[in-house]
Design a protein around this ligand. Structure first.
Ligand code: PEP
Ligand code: MG
Length: 324
């Protein structure tokens, strides 16, 4: 089986009836980047930039960040890198930015922290844009946005970083920019948000956490966190429909996409591409190649009618058995 999965590297991620489902890789540590280009991946769908920050004992300078991002962009060029701007706070504290709060998951984290501390955000944006000069495979991804106001503020800061660099004579370009849909309010404004960006990427880890009100980092309750909950599936469907009205593509970069059965359901729901863990990519590709897209559409229609996650899981299990 391992050999067969290896052979898959050079084959397209395409269903039996010829629908392409591009697969990308989630990356945190810089060491993981080397594997991307050789694994048959379409690029980096999610680069969690907070990881390199967490390994240091102070904020990296702009120049230090240019080096880190350049290394990543160069390693996979010309394939795209979706660089997610700093998503610290919550479950990802920085030792040198101590935050004491009783409810970190609802606290000072992600984009709201960056908007309150624009100098940190601008430094990162400037570094990313500088690293991209001459490569042009950078895409920016904004985490934890809860509505149009936050999105517009973040986009303004991206425009400002770009303007600054041009004024300094650096031939930087404005990268395609997308937004994570991972806060429930963003689901209900997905269309308005999508109109303002180039693409959407759904973070099913946080979206499930917030929809179900289950702290993903609390082992007392996190076993109850199920992305196959009907409410999560309906939210996904709603985002696909909203994005469809704007003509903007939607991907999923949460852990859910790394499970082959869930990945097939996501494709059936109309998700355009998936970003998965490096280790999961061959199996997800194998699953995509074994099925018919029309079959996945009816699978999703059936799944959306079910009232419990257990029933959805049963349906997926039977489908995968039939696919072999
Ligand atoms: C998510 O929330 O689904 C996601 C991909 O981001 P992270 O797991 O880094 O919060
Ligand atoms: Mg998240």
């Amino acid at each position: 089986l391992e050999q067969e999965l290896e052979r898959l590297q050079d084959l397209p991620s395409r269903t039996q009836d010829g629908v392409n489902v591009p697969l990308y890789t989630n990356v945190g540590l810089i060491e993981e980047v080397a594997l991307v280009a050789s694994s048959g991946s379409g690029g980096i769908g999610l680069f969690r930039t907070e990881l390199p920050f967490m390994l240091l004992d102070r904020f990296p300078s702009e120049q230090e960040q240019v080096k880190i991002y350049r290394q990543v962009l160069e390693a996979v060029a010309p394939l795209p890198v979706n660089l997610r701007t700093l998503d610290v706070g919550g479950d990802k504290p920085l030792p040198y930015l101590p935050i004491a709060e009783s409810n970190p998951m609802l606290g000072w984290r992600g984009i709201r922290l960056m908007l309150d501390r624009p100098e940190i955000f601008l430094t990162q944006l400037r570094a990313a844009l500088r690293a991209n000069v001459g490569l042009e495979n950078l895409r920016l991804l904004l985490p934890m946005v809860n509505g149009v106001t936050e999105l517009e503020q973040a986009l303004d800061l991206i425009a400002r970083a770009h303007r600054q660099l041009l004024e300094e004579g650096i031939a930087s370009s404005r990268p395609p920019t997308g937004l994570m849909i991972e806060v429930p309010s963003a689901v209900y404004q997905a269309e308005e948000l999508a109109r303002r960006v180039d693409f959407l990427s759904i973070g099913t880890n946080d979206l499930s956490q917030y929809l179900l009100a289950i702290d993903r980092g609390n082992p007392q309750v996190s076993n109850r966190l199920d992305p196959l909950h009907p409410a999560v599936l309906r939210a996904l469907r709603q985002v696909v429909e909203a994005a469809g009205r704007t003509g903007k593509p939607v991907s999923v970069c949460g852990e859910m996409a790394s499970n082959p059965a869930c990945a097939l359901l996501l494709v059936g729901l109309g998700i355009d591409s998936l970003s998965v863990n490096a280790a999961a990519l061959p199996r997800v590709k194998w699953a995509v190649r074994s099925v018919d897209s029309q079959h996945l559409k009816s699978l999703a229609t059936e799944a959306l009618k079910l009232e419990k996650p257990e029933f959805v899981r049963q349906l997926l299990d039977t489908t995968l058995e039939v696919a072999g």
